[in-house]
Design a protein around this ligand. Structure first.
Ligand SMILES: C[S@@+](CC[C@H](N)C(=O)[O-])C[C@H]1O[C@@H](n2cnc3c(N)ncnc32)[C@H](O)[C@@H]1O
Length: 195
C-alpha cells in the first residue's frame, strides 16, 4: 500500500456521509478561540474537512477565495458555490495554490501512520513563502466507534509540535483551550530556509 493512501477510505467515506452534520459533532463547538482575521483576510484559503460548514460559514467571508477538500463527496456536495477537492490520498501537490490551509476537528481522524503524510500534503498546497499558514485545532480523543472503521487518534501537544517540525512548519501561535482538553489551537507558517 502506498504511504499516501488513506486507511479504510471507503468505510470512512461512508461514515462521514452520515456523521458529518453539526448535530453529530458531540461536545465539539464551532471555533471558540480567538481567531485573528489576518490569518484568513484577503487570502486564498483551503479548508479540509468542512463537515456541515460550521467553520466555513465564519471564515469564507474573510477570504479572497475559499475552497474545501474532503474525503467524502457528500460533504463536498454541501458547498455548491465553492471550489471543491475530493481527497483519495495525501499525494503532495505539484502546484501550490493557497495562502492558508485550515482544518477543525479533523487531525484526530487522520491515523497516526498518516499524520506526517497528511501534513506534507497540506504543506504542498501552500505557496512556498513564509507568510503561508496552517490554522487548525486538535481534539484529544482516541478510540473507535464500534466496527465502522472510525478509529480516532489522540495526539499530545508534543507529538503535534514534532509533526509540524518534521513536515516543514514553524509554530507561530498556540492557544491551549480554556474550556476543557478537547481543542487547542495551532497556527504555523512554512519554514523557509534562507541561503
Ligand atoms: C469531525 S468532522 C468536523 C467537521 C467540521 N470541521 C466541524 O468542525 O464542524 C470531520 C470532517 O473531516 C472529514 N474527514 C474525516 N477524516 C478525514 C481524513 N482522514 N482526511 C481528510 N478529511 C477527513 C470528514 O468528512 C468531516 O467533514
Amino acid at each position: 500500500m502506498s504511504d499516501v493512501t488513506i486507511h479504510n477510505l471507503e468505510r470512512r467515506r461512508e461514515f462521514w456521509s452520515v456523521h458529518s452534520a453539526a448535530a453529530c459533532q458531540g461536545a465539539t463547538v464551532p471555533i471558540d478561540h480567538h481567531i485573528d482575521p489576518a490569518w484568513f483576510y484577503d487570502r486564498d484559503v483551503l479548508e479540509i474537512g468542512p463537515g456541515e460548514g460550521r467553520q466555513t460559514r465564519i471564515l469564507k467571508g474573510m477570504a479572497a477565495n475559499y475552497a474545501v477538500a474532503d474525503i467524502c463527496q457528500e460533504v463536498l456536495d454541501r458547498f455548491p458555490n465553492l471550489a471543491t477537492m475530493l481527497l483519495s490520498g495525501y499525494e503532495p501537490r505539484t502546484c501550490p495554490f493557497v495562502d492558508t490551509v485550515t482544518f477543525w476537528y479533523v487531525l484526530h481522524h487522520v491515523t497516526r501512520s498518516e499524520g506526517l503524510q497528511f501534513l506534507k500534503f497540506v504543506h504542498s498546497c501552500l505557496h512556498p513563502v513564509e507568510s503561508s499558514l496552517i490554522v487548525f485545532n486538535s481534539c484529544r480523543r482516541s478510540g473507535g466507534a464500534g466496527d465502522d472503521g472510525m478509529i480516532t487518534t489522540e495526539r499530545s501537544d508534543r507529538e503535534i509540535r514534532e509533526l509540524l517540525e518534521e513536515a516543514g512548519f514553524c509554530l507561530k501561535h498556540y492557544l491551549k483551550s480554556q474550556s476543557g482538553q478537547l481543542h487547542d489551537l495551532y497556527v504555523a507558517s512554512l519554514r523557509i530556509s534562507h541561503g
